[in-house]
Design a protein around this ligand. Sequence first.
Ligand code: HEC
Length: 399
Amino acid sequence: MEIYIVDWISLIVRWLHVITGIAWIGASFYFMWLDNSLEEPPQWKKDKGIKGDLWAVHGGGIYEVAKYQGAPEKMPEHLHWFKWEAYSTWLTGMVLLAVIYYLGAESYLIDRRVADLNQLQAIGLGLGFLLGSWIAYTVLCISPLAKNGWLLAAVLLTLGGALAWGLSQFFSGRGAYIHFGAIIGTIMVGNVFQVIMPGQRKLVGALESGETPNPDWGARAKLRSTHNTYLTLPLLFIMISNHYPMTYGHAFNWAVLLAIVVITAVSRQYFVLRHVHIHRPAILGAAIAATVILAVWIAPKPAVTTGSALAADKLAMRAQSIIGERCSSCHAAMPTDEVFTTPPGGVMLDSVEQMQQWAPRIKARSIDSHDMPFMNKTNMTDEERAIVAQWISAGSPAT
Ligand code: HEC
């Protein structure tokens, strides 16, 4: 019952997280596009202090957008700020992290094949990585290093690699990936909260009192919003990565993560340039080529059959009993596992027909990657995997 309630909380918070995340990233994509699509206004608008002009049609109406050089003639009564999208995405994300990975640490965060942690240690480490990384990033951004944007980026990327490796030494593959994502998200929202918003508040304050805004505010905000731009696509990948065990389940999952972060950040560059009418399809081409190389590199190796191959009739029986023994505590109409009380992913392996039906996915999850049994909770051995592999490659016969 308790787990049933937690599942509902998780469902509702995840739903909110996706909604607020769409609103946040959507608004940020929109403003990037807007800024880069502004055209030179006619003279009468220039005389009013407008430096960029844009017309659009959407939802049955024509919109006129004007970007001012400084303050408008009269400050509007209602000025819309875009911040709660970011804050609420972070807040719901932290609740999800706590509900799924901290409350459920034994299931999702701790993998005893990686490190023998208890729940408290795992949570402490997770929060420590989060806070520590955010502090390190903040210090680097206000250090003299920040004067050279490229050098800073190189240092951050190196530290990011070290972080990915470090997380993979303590947590399950999923746990490591989600923490890396939570850290990126925290840095991005922190940038909005600590730098971008205060800068805008000062800007608006100065405009309201007729002063010239200090250009330093803009420069500082610019660095952080540039970081946010390049972190967006990696962040979104990480948030969907837990559907793809070939990434987080790989022996070098930290290197795979780093490779995907670089590839997705570089693909962003294509869109950044396209917004200013520079077309560099080679960037996307390189990103696609790198993805193919990565996919080939992490492709599952053919399973090695250890020992003598079993005779066909024995093989079928043996493989089915292994699946029964190692998988059905969770994957059954009535699971006996204390955490997974309904068959995860809708996969039930009670009968031979069901095992045959799911054979390709059984291969993907427990042979090609060792992602199943979940955290190897039921202690499946390599020899057993080899027998199941042999059975599946023989066409998963019933007998
Ligand atoms: C301790 C519980 C547990 C055990 C034991 C377990 N699984 Fe799973 N399985 C899960 C969970 C949780 C999910 C859903 C999360 C996911 O998809 O990553 C899942 C999802 C799956 C899926 C569906 C997703 C897909 O890729 O189509 C397959 C197939 C699967 N498991 C196969 C297996 C096999 C084969 C075994 C035994 C060798 C096994 N599982 C043992 C918990 C378990």
